[in-house]
Design a protein around this ligand. Structure first.
Ligand code: NAD
Length: 288
């Protein structure tokens, strides 16, 4: 694949940015990659690992002359980072984010976008429960969805170039508007994380009574189900605060389903439970 952007700047050097850097090198789509992270420790690790071509001491330095800037910081930090880099962006640059929420990010970054710079949202639907610069790997996006969420500042030509870029990183792409994105992600990603965190909290609460044995003997089902509860607390705090409306909608629906199952168990309604599990198993088996 030929170079799509001469210079790409990564702001934030955690799981997603470090994986992007490795995948960009694998694909040969970036001429030069610069990077910046807020913490000195992260910058030093990125330097030691040779994660990007230049680790810069400020976000403004990293984005200078960049054709593509990727904001890969927690959702709650996007607006401040955009404000910080805005004066250093060159005309014709494209700024993009990889945040897990879209409406709130657009509201916080677009007011700071300078004339002559485009903003296109993206969300690679790929991740692990690990975070930080050492957790990245080039294959993270292979055969995963990357949702492309244009804004009113995005041109068709730049949307197409960014889409080609994500495909080169291994992802399948799909366009979505911000409202729909936030609702879909509340179902398939955000609420499941909240429920996983809650289940670990329930086990911990019970363990206080049973002398730690619930956690100690946690079975395969519990381990599989709660793997994502090992994810970064800052990232997930920001996701729920930013995607409040959609998460509360899905949580309301989840609670209704749960109450119906609770009632069926109390009433010994095996038919209801069997019919429910048969239907949901068929749906789950259809998901590869
Ligand atoms: P991470 O915790 O691994 O990395 C975050 C990075 O941002 C760190 O390098 C940190 O030093 C840096 N940072 C934090 N605040 C900053 C600031 N104000 N200025 C500059 N740098 C700052 O997180 P991640 O998993 O790579 O997530 C990054 C973004 O990608 C988040 O918005 C998240 O919602 C989104 N995302 C995450 C996943 C996932 O599963 N982890 C999946 C898709 C999208």
């Amino acid at each position: 694949m030929s170079v799509l952007y001469k210079r790409v700047a990564l702001i934030g050097l955690g799981l997603i940015a470090s994986s992007m850097s490795l995948a960009m090198r694998r694909a040969g789509v970036a001429g030069e990659i610069t990077g910046y992270a807020r913490s000195v420790e992260t910058r030093n690790i990125a330097r030691d690992l040779g994660l990007v071509d230049h680790v810069c001491e400020s976000a403004a330095d990293a984005v200078k002359d960049a054709d593509l800037v990727i904001l890969a910081v927690p959702v709650g930090a996007m607006g401040a980072v955009m404000q910080d880099i805005a004066p250093a962006l060159k005309k014709g640059a494209v700024v993009s984010d990889v945040g897990s929420v879209k409406k709130d990010i657009f509201a916080s970054v677009l007011p700071h976008l300078p004339e002559g710079v485009e903003f296109i949202g993206t969300h690679p639907m790929a991740g692990t429960e690990h975070s930080g610069p050492t957790s990245g790997f080039a294959e993270l996006f292979d055969n995963r969805w990357c949702l492309i969420v244009p804004t009113e500042t995005s041109s068709d030509a730049e949307i197409l170039r960014l889409e080609t870029f994500w495909q080169a990183l291994g992802a399948n792409t799909k366009h979505m508007d911000a409202d729909h994105h936030d609702l879909v992600c509340a179902v398939v990603s955000h609420t499941p994380h909240l429920i996983a965190y809650t289940m670990v909290g329930v086990a911990d609460d019970l363990s206080r009574v049973t002398d730690q044995e619930v956690i100690e003997f946690s079975a395969a089902g519990f381990r599989d189900f709660t793997r994502i509860a090992a994810s970064d607390p800052t990232m997930w705090r920001d996701v729920f605060l930013s995607n409040k409306e959609a998460t509360l909608e899905i949580l309301g629906r989840f609670t209704e389903e749960l109450f119906a199952l609770q009632r069926a168990i109390r009433q010994g309604d095996g038919d209801h439970l069997h019919e429910y599990f048969t239907r949901t198993r068929a749906i789950r088996r259809g998901i590869v």
